[in-house]
Design a protein around this ligand. Structure first.
Ligand code: AHR
Length: 499
């Protein structure tokens, strides 16, 4: 079987906004307690942050981290998490039925972000609360001093404002599971009013409105059309969330799911542009795909957990080689629409459906999905080139004409490098892959990284953290005609770096 990618220096989809390699930390399970923070851990720093976890996070070069939720934010009082530790309340946390001790809150999270070389993407509670608490939090965060909330921050030991630029107006407000879920009209109005007062506090911020919780929501895409109709001028981005799983043990169909992600992205763009046309507006709304990943392995064990524990092991998916391929395809989907997808967050970062796992008091290690995410984040900066891909195709249960090969190329002008990301979805056969770089002329292969495993269910665990790791023995080489030829092994993720 044969596939081909043609790209040209002059045909550009768009500049990669580095924030598409964002991630997410929610007060959920062991993401915070036992994940980024564990004060009695041998590798905890002076604030109780795990330095082993910080090192793994830095390896991903994560530009932005969404916080504090997720479903959690819709019942959260941010004031509970600031000020003297001994005065912070313990609360029943209704989204995940746990106890929230509030050992970590906004200021500590900002400290962690500085240590992790990342920025925060804050979410405000539009479930049980509204514009008042949102504007107070923003004043506490970004106003220099001389007002009630900014002076309280100074009193809490943070003289300089945190200057958080990106704010999400609630979370998944269309979902019946959400605390304080709303209709599109209810949400569109509250999002608009909250945005208005937040911008009055700090006009430099960027705001994300909640889109649908998934493409399968019954209100999709009317939700987007209504919300944007009511809040178009007040917001900058509309969010998308999507998780995939292989519950039916149909791997071909599972690996094809990113085709659905492509159409989700394209439909949200069309819907936003429809509202733009209706409003005769010059402004474009861009996309924030601020929750995406594979999530299904832990569903059954989560049902058996007792409620009202502090930081129980929730949503602890152990990822396989197969999942890493889906994550690779999802990254390619985001890159293909770099013109409109300006932010995205793999959900989440540590322990909770995460590329990084830990044991309490013990080790931290990389899950299989760490690798495609790291490769894209580290090598996928620059301009995405229009990908002309020809590939043999197949049908799966939910999709027709699914290309076996997904591929995209990113040109980094500064480093004079082109990086091709490619997945071969074929479960039995390798595929010959030609890359025609047209106006780039002849290149030199820097490396061809491959993530593959004969066992698609292979995963990394605390005992065997390196069962699934990439190698650099990929076959990419220059052909006589100056093109690049590679073999994409069956069920593999490939990174071909060319100078
Ligand atoms: O990331 C886990 C959960 O998934 C988030 O809390 C919620 O927003 C989504 O449903």
């Amino acid at each position: 079987k044969q596939a081909k990618l043609i790209v040209d220096k002059d045909f550009v989809v768009g500049e990669v906004d580095k924030r598409i390699y964002g991630s997410f930390i929610e007060h959920l399970g062991r993401a915070v307690y036992g994940g980024i923070y564990e004060k009695d851990h041998p590798q905890a720093d002076e604030q109780g942050f795990r330095s082993d976890v910080l090192e793994l996070v830095k390896g991903l070069d994560v530009p932005i981290v969404r916080y504090p939720g997720g479903n959690f934010v819709s019942g959260y009082n941010w004031e509970d998490g600031v000020g003297p530790l001994d005065q912070r309340p313990r609360r029943l946390e209704l989204a995940w039925r746990t106890i929230e001790p509030n050992w970590i809150g906004f200021n500590e999270f900002m400290d962690w972000c500085r240590k992790a070389n990342t920025d925060a993407m804050m979410a405000v509670n539009l479930g049980t609360r509204g514009p008042d608490e949102a504007r107070n939090l923003l004043e506490y965060s970004n106003h220099p001093s001389g007002t009630y909330w900014s002076d309280l921050r100074v009193q809490h030991g943070y003289k300089d404002p945190h200057n958080v630029k990106t704010w999400c107006l609630g979370n998944e407000m269309d979902g019946p599971w959400q605390i304080g879920a709303k209709t599109a009209v209810e949400y569109g109005r509250i999002a608009s009013e909250t945005a208005k007062v937040m911008r009055w506090v700090d006009p430099t911020i960027e705001l994300v409105a909640c889109g649908s919780s998934a493409i399968g929501m019954p209100t999709f895409p009317d939700w987007e059309a209504t919300v944007l109709d009511l809040a178009y001028n007040d917001v900058d981005y509309i969010s998308l969330h999507q998780y995939y799983g292989n519950r039916e043990k149909d791997t071909a169909n599972f690996l094809a799911q990113s085709v659905g992600m492509d159409s989700f992205i394209n439909t949200v763009i069309s819907t936003a542009d429809f509202v733009q046309a209706k409003k005769r507006s010059k402004k474009k709304i861009n996309l924030s795909f601020d929750e995406w990943n594979v999530w299904f392995h832990s569903n059954e064990s989560d049902k058996k957990l007792d409620p009202w524990q502090i930081a129980p092991p929730q949503l602890e998916d152990i990822y396989t080689q197969e999942d890493a391929l889906v994550v690779g395809c999802m990254l390619i989907s985001l890159l293909k629409r770099a013109d409109r997808v300006k932010m995205a967050c793999i959900a989440q970062l540590v322990n909770v459906i995460a590329p990084i796992m830990t044991t309490n008091g013990g080790a931290a290690w990389k899950q299989t999905i760490y690798y495609p995410y790291m490769h894209a984040s580290v090598f996928g900066r620059g301009e995405v080139l229009v990908p002309l891909v020809s590939s043999p195709k197949h049908d799966t249960k939910d999709f027709t004409d699914v290309p076996y090969v997904e591929a995209v190329a990113v040109h980094n002008e500064e480093k004079q490098e082109v990086t091709v990301f490619a997945v071969n979805r074929h479960l039995e056969e390798s595929i010959s892959f030609d890359i025609d770089l047209r106006s780039f002329g002849q290149g030199r292969i820097l490396e061809h990284i491959v993530l593959e495993n004969d066992d698609l269910s292979a995963s990394n665990t605390g005992d065997a953290p390196n069962r699934v790791t990439p190698h650099t023995n990929g076959s990419a080489a220059l052909s006589d005609k100056g093109q690049i030829q590679a073999v994409l092994n069956k069920a593999s993720w490939n990174v071909i770096r060319i100078k």
